[in-house]
Design a protein around this ligand. Structure first.
Ligand SMILES: [Mg+2]
Length: 264
């Protein structure tokens, strides 16, 4: 049973939890203040692998949220940490992706960029995708490179509607190279486990706060953590009724979570 008094680390999903579109949701500033006061660690996690931590920090600041960039964990960063733990320095990699992923892999020189027979092909969303990139990635995978994907999201919200995301590029590469990738991002447990390690959490004392039963809560549970739902995003009370997957707690919004933390 979830006992909020025992939670020492929080992992917040972002869209639908901290903000929706460009609008900050109720209680965000207050909960960050409360966690800071109590010395409870937290991070905001996102499947979006296109931006660096720094670029995300700027995005949050532009919305009026004073969450330090160091408290943002992207699937590109988690992919970098996961791969660094599993492959020695000097491992070669080809990337289909943007700044966020390039920086996560090559920023500290652990991995070496190559287009010729890479050890790894690592792929995320790429707004500058070309046939040439798909071709290099396909040939690399067919020559034996391990195929890693930052996040499975097939579409990406934009002002004009849903646009192709990481998973859409994965579909193309899977069709071309005929191989199953290893996926890091939500709802896969790797995302939650590595993010938890980055904030020095333990599974029994970490709570994931998300707006989706199928990604946030399911992923938290797969990683052995508690998962709570806020009803400010995708999942609704109607979704909860009859769902085999049930969160450890449900809050109408973050102000209700604050009240529960104060009562705990
Ligand atoms: Mg969300």
């Amino acid at each position: 049973m979830l006992d909020l008094a025992r939670i020492r680390a929080f992992l917040f999903d972002m869209d639908g939890v901290l903000y929706r579109g460009k609008q900050i949701l109720p209680g965000v500033r207050e909960i960050i203040e409360l966690l800071d006061q109590r010395g409870i660690s937290y991070a905001c996690i996102t499947n979006n692998a296109t931006k660096t931590q720094e670029q995300y920090g700027k995005k949050l600041a532009a919305m009026g949220l004073s969450i330090p960039a160091t408290h943002v964990i992207t699937s590109a960063m988690v992919t970098g940490h996961y791969l660094r733990a599993n492959y020695p320095r000097g491992t070669t990699a080809y990337v289909v992706g943007m700044d966020g992923l390039h920086y996560a892999l090559f920023g500290d020189g652990h991995f070496v960029y190559t287009e010729q027979r890479p050890d790894l092909v690592v792929q995320s969303a790429d707004f500058e995708l070309t046939y040439a990139k798909l071709r290099i990635a396909c040939l690399g995978i067919r020559a034996g490179a391990r195929y890693i994907v930052t996040n499975p999201d097939r579409s990406f919200p934009s002002e004009e509607g849903l646009t192709p995301g990481s998973g859409a590029i994965t579909a193309a590469l899977q069709a071309a190279a005929d191989v199953e990738p290893f996926i890091v991002g939500k709802p896969q447990p790797t995302m939650f486990r590595v993010a938890m390690e980055l904030i020095n959490g333990t599974p029994e004392t970490t709570l994931v706060i998300g707006d989706r039963l199928d990604t946030d809560v399911a992923g938290a549970h797969a990683a052995g953590m508690y998962g709570a739902l806020v009803l400010t995003g995708v999942s609704t009370r109607e979704h909860l009724t009859g769902s085999p997957r049930q969160p450890d707690a449900v809050f109408d919004d973050l102000t209700r979570l604050i009240a529960a933390l104060n009562d705990a």
